[in-house]
Write a protein that binds this ligand. Structure first.
Ligand SMILES: [Zn+2]
Ligand SMILES: [Zn+2]
Length: 348
């Protein structure tokens, strides 16, 4: 009887999931399912904290009636944070295959128009800048000409470097400096920072700025919500013990989240002003292109102001590949700082 019931339930479950996958084909992929689950969980968490507050805090409701702007600004921040989360999640981090495709297409165009075939991409301040179509999909790309791309990448490394033509075995593409293959996305990402499970995508060159704004908004929202909880507990404690227990538990969760978000925000501020990535900081000893670079030297830093400008103002449609500094440049960066360097921001 038990075996029969078990088999029946299994068959019913299989039929129900088959029907579900037929209506929503995207759910048949387990990775997509887990990403969707995390997104639903994140939105639910965002709704729980203010929802509980508005359900129990009569003072807040009265205050909203008297002064609606206060609550309106809070709700605006709430919506902006969620919108920023979905925008960041939907932005491509910048795939190497897309950059390669852009380079090869530019090279083919230059050849067709009989222009200088040795300049497939423009050069700006020593970095290679490539215009990329937003809708390109790297995985479906079939390489037609590896020469232009390979030459371009090799020029980004100092002459004689052993990793100049290192090819990713999964993507079968020559990796430029600062790129890394993400095993979750199964693609090489330009200026790879980390793979964010909550976003369901990598954080890389094209979405790092959006990711920073998302953390900032999330931190502000978390701080504001914590203040609202503290105000409630200070004025309403001992009215109903079980409500206070729920409020204290939620405030504890908010406090832990706030500490984590503040640390994350500060860490990414440090990464931005020094032009580093999380991967380069955490795995510095194991990153092939950082071998031989002295400790406390930021090889890609161009100074505080320039780093901030590139991070904030770099166009979204550009994939900017930075060259590895030469030995002379590294020696220059590793010498002790003077007061003048600190004043002119050359120390970072
Ligand atoms: Zn790869
Ligand atoms: Zn990834």
């Amino acid at each position: 009887m038990g075996v029969f019931c078990g088999g029946f339930l299994r068959d019913t479950w299989a039929r129900a999931t088959d029907r579900c996958f037929r209506f929503f084909p995207c759910l048949s992929d387990s990775d997509r399912r887990s990403t969707l689950f995390l997104k639903v969980a994140l939105v639910t968490l965002h709704l729980i904290f203010p929802g509980v507050l508005f359900a129990f805090d009569k003072d807040l409701i009265d205050r909203t009636r008297e002064d609606p702007w206060y609550t309106a600004i809070y709700l605006l921040l709430f919506i902006a944070t969620l919108a920023q989360y979905f925008i960041t999640s939907g932005t491509s981090p910048g795939y190497v295959l897309d950059a390669q495709k852009a380079v090869d297409e530019r090279d083919a165009l230059v050849r067709r128009t009989s222009l200088d075939s040795k300049q497939p991409a423009s050069s700006k301040n020593g970095s290679v800048v490539i215009t990329v179509d937003q809708n390109q999909s790297g995985r479906n790309y079939q390489r037609s000409n590896v020469t232009a791309w390979t030459k371009l990448v090799m020029d980004l490394y100092p002459p004689g470097s052993s990793i100049r033509n290192w090819t990713c075995p999964s993507c079968n593409v020559v990796q430029p400096p600062r790129a890394k293959h993400c095993h979750d996305c199964d693609k090489c990402v330009l200026q790879f920072d980390h793979h964010c499970v909550w976003l369901g995508t990598c954080v890389g060159q094209r979405n790092h700025c959006r990711f920073w704004w998302y953390i900032l908004e999330e931190t502000a929202l978390c701080l504001w919500t914590s203040i609202l909880y503290i105000v409630y507990l200070k004025s309403n404690i001992s009215k109903a013990w079980w409500i206070d227990v729920i409020m204290i538990l939620l405030l504890g969760t908010l406090s832990i989240s706030l500490i984590f978000l503040l640390l994350l925000l500060l860490f990414h501020c440090y990464l931005i002003v020094t032009n580093q990535t999380t991967y380069e900081v955490v795995r510095r000893q194991r990153v092939p292109y950082l071998r031989g670079v002295p400790q406390r030297v930021y090889p890609f830093s161009k100074g505080l102001c320039r780093n901030l400008y590139v991070f904030c103002c770099a166009r979204n449609s550009l994939l900017q590949m930075e060259p590895m500094p030469s030995v002379q440049e590294l020696e220059e960066k590793s010498r002790p700082y003077t007061c003048l360097d600190v004043l002119s921001c050359h120390c970072c």
